[in-house]
Design a protein around this ligand. Structure first.
Ligand SMILES: *Cc1c(COP(=O)(O)O)cnc(C)c1O
Length: 354
């Protein structure tokens, strides 16, 4: 039986993407060779890479807007350093909204002065700071749009002339935003786009020459942009699966269409958490993530029963991160409303038992 996969990452992907990807490992589109044994310079793979890059820009509404989409390696974690390498000359600002922001700050500090412009650390990151002033002498302001571990999500981005850099690893392609407000967006594929192994970087051409330091080739956005993400051998499988997922999303109607479904899923689970006394939400209501719902069980005597019912129903991956505890239901793009319904039915059954 296929399970309902609520894993936070690596995560659920569309079944039809899995099927096509597995076929391509054996033979790519009838060419008599596997996707993973052909040259990355072959016309077949070059077309895949071009398609993946243009689908990413098209879905984000950034085609012909002076941006490059890059498929790189090293995960979002490499971007913590790479963003600073390419953009930090003197001083940058960070909004500290959780574990991933902290890691980004730690790496950037290697290269320059970092100011924490706002933080929600004093409340274990259960909300998104608002109403802060962005100093205008920053090289950039770094934000984490969705806090995968804590289940909070930025709904309104600051209005500022300072270039915005955003880690969108866990909510890219999930909701409509004016993506042209950002100078740099990065996202590890394995949350909402593909398997682990590639990271999407969307970079504004204007910022490719920002700093005076020498940048090692592999860490230079400019090098990767000039080489169309083919400076070295790209992670062909991860790029291919990402391309299939982006094509799936486009066929579905793009970000507008998936956003509607994502909101339905989030409303379904959050209204259960609110109405059902057996559960309590972790994140502040106005900052709740549509991707990762974090919650606790209020009556510990029901925990065993809840876990057992979830297991019986084939629900996978809802244990909370160790820094929050409780539960976390991740509902990325490929998660169906029906699967969320299965979980919510178990939650509401528990109320009757309590
Ligand atoms: C998972 C995650 C990361 C880390 O991604 P890696 O690809 O494992 O380096 C960074 N930021 C956010 C918001 C994440 O959810």
């Amino acid at each position: 039986m296929k399970k309902h996969n609520f894993s936070a990452g690596p995560c659920i992907l569309p079944q039809e993407v899995m099927k096509k990807a597995s076929e391509a490992v054996v033979e790519l589109d009838g060419i008599g060779l596997s996707l993973i044994e052909i040259s990355h310079r072959s016309k077949e793979f070059v077309a895949i890479m071009e398609n993946a890059r243009s689908l990413a820009l098209e879905l984000l509404g950034l085609e012909n807007q002076g941006y490059h989409a890059l498929f790189l390696q090293g995960g979002a974690s490499t971007q913590f350093l790479m963003a600073a390498y390419n953009l930090l000359e003197n001083k940058a600002g960070y909004i500290n909204t959780g574990t991933w922001s902290l890691k980004a700050i730690k790496e950037a500090r290697i290269l320059g002065e970092i100011v924490e412009v706002a933080s929600s650390q004093e409340q274990n990151f259960n909300y998104i700071p608002k109403g802060y002033q962005v100093p205008n002498d920053l090289d950039y302001l770094h934000l984490t749009s969705n806090n995968t571990i804590f289940g909070t999500q930025i709904k309104d981005f600051p209005i500022t002339d300072v270039p915005l850099v955003c880690d969108m690893s866990s909510d890219i392609f999930s909701r409509q935003l004016d993506f042209s407000k950002f100078d740099l967006i990065y996202a590890g594929a394995q949350k909402n786009m593909g398997p682990a192994g590639t990271t999407l970087v969307v970079v504004k051409d204007e910022i490719l020459d920002r700093v005076s330091r020498k940048i090692p080739s592999m860490l230079s956005y400019k090098v990767h942009a000039e080489k169309d993400s083919m400076f070295n051998t790209p992670p062909v499988f991860a790029v291919y699966v990402s391309m299939l997922t982006l094509q799936w999303l486009k066929d579905l109607g793009g970000i507008a269409a998936i956003e509607e479904i994502n909101e339905k899923k989030a409303n379904l689970i959050y209204s259960e958490i609110e109405l059902n006394p057996v559960f309590s939400g972790f994140a502040a209501k106005e900052d709740r993530s549509t991707m990762n719902a974090t919650f606790n069980i209020t009556d510990d005597t029901l925990k065993e029963l809840f876990d057992e019912k979830c297991k019986e129903a084939g629900i996978n991956g809802i244990n909370g991160h160790r820094s929050v505890g409780g539960y976390r239901a991740s509902m990325y793009n490929a998660m169906s409303l029906e699967s969320v319904g299965v979980l919510v039915d178990i939650m509401s059954e528990l109320e009757k038992k309590g």
